[in-house]
Design a protein around this ligand. Structure first.
Ligand code: ADP
Length: 261
């Protein structure tokens, strides 16, 4: 049997992700570049996944683009909305998923999927950076830590601090004034995680939260936010090492479906 290779490329606002699937089920390679739409990120992500998979562009049978910058990918055979791709990617990883919470660089979305894995409805915040990865990046900078350190530092928190401003700019001022009062940074970080959870929790409650709940997007790597969301919603939340690649995975799965039709 000849192997079929499909590639999904997810061009986000903040990062570019590529994933190659063999025969619609086996992940051959994946890549992530820390810049997104309108940059060299997509091209670099494509080159990187091809070289790590030891494949050439000609070996790919179908390329599907998704994400905010999906229209810019000239080599793509077609494109698909990131909502559909997130639904498909999460269903592939977690067949019992019904609610997906996706927090990316500049937006947060809550999706419902049916028992066939198809998108049923969604709620989205893309009007304001509060409750997104950008919010965490701004706060991390004010605290002089990397976003990768936020989760482990929040685990050391001993006191509850409330960050009450929902606006990123005002919340940053609150963080700076807490630092000026010598408040422990770990407590501030936990407060920041609770603030995101409250914002995204309100979005999730709009259409209801149905088990199983799965978290995707780059912010899912921050287990502090994931645990704060579990507390906020009172539901267990599943995630995986592929959380940030979930859209690219969904796109590669749709690409395979196009060929099998
Ligand atoms: P988009 O698809 O919108 O470009 P992503 O889903 O790739 O965004 O998520 C990007 C966000 O993920 C960044 O804003 C950053 O805050 C967060 N992020 C990425 N890696 C980590 C990490 N290791 N720990 C915590 N947060 C992370």
């Amino acid at each position: 049997m000849i192997d079929i290779y499909t590639m999904g490329i997810d061009v986000g606002s903040t990062t570019s992700k590529c994933l190659i699937l063999k025969n619609g089920k086996e992940i051959t390679g994946k890549s992530l570049v820390g810049v997104g739409a309108g940059t060299s990120g997509p091209e670099r992500a494509i080159q990187s996944v091809l070289s790590s998979s030891k494949l050439e562009l000609e070996d790919l049978d179908y390329i599907m683009s998704t994400g905010y910058g999906r229209h810019t990918i000239e080599i793509a055979d077609s494109e698909m909305s990131e909502l559909s791709c997130h639904a498909r990617g999460a269903y592939f990883q977690f067949p019992n998923v019904r609610t997906i919470i996706d927090i990316g660089g500049q937006d947060a979305k809550v999706l419902h999927v049916g028992d066939d894995g198809m998108l049923v409805n969604f709620a989205m915040n893309d009007k304001c950076s509060a409750g997104t990865g950008r919010f965490l990046e701004v706060m991390a900078r004010a605290l002089e830590v990397n976003v990768e350190e936020l989760a482990s530092m929040s685990q050391l928190s001993k006191n509850n601090i409330t960050i009450s401003s929902t606006c990123t700019v005002f919340a940053e001022s609150e963080v700076i004034s807490q630092l000026a009062k010598n408040t422990d940074r770990c407590d501030i970080i936990k407060g920041i995680h609770r603030s995101i959870a409250s914002r995204v929790g309100a979005l999730a409650r709009r259409n209801g939260v149905i088990d199983d709940v799965v978290m995707t997007g780059g912010v899912a790597k921050n287990r502090g936010v994931l645990h704060a969301l579990e507390e906020e919603l009172g539901h267990k939340i599943y995630t995986s090492e592929l959380a940030q690649y979930n859209g690219a995975l969904g796109a590669a799965l749709f690409a395979y479906q196009k060929l099998s039709r």
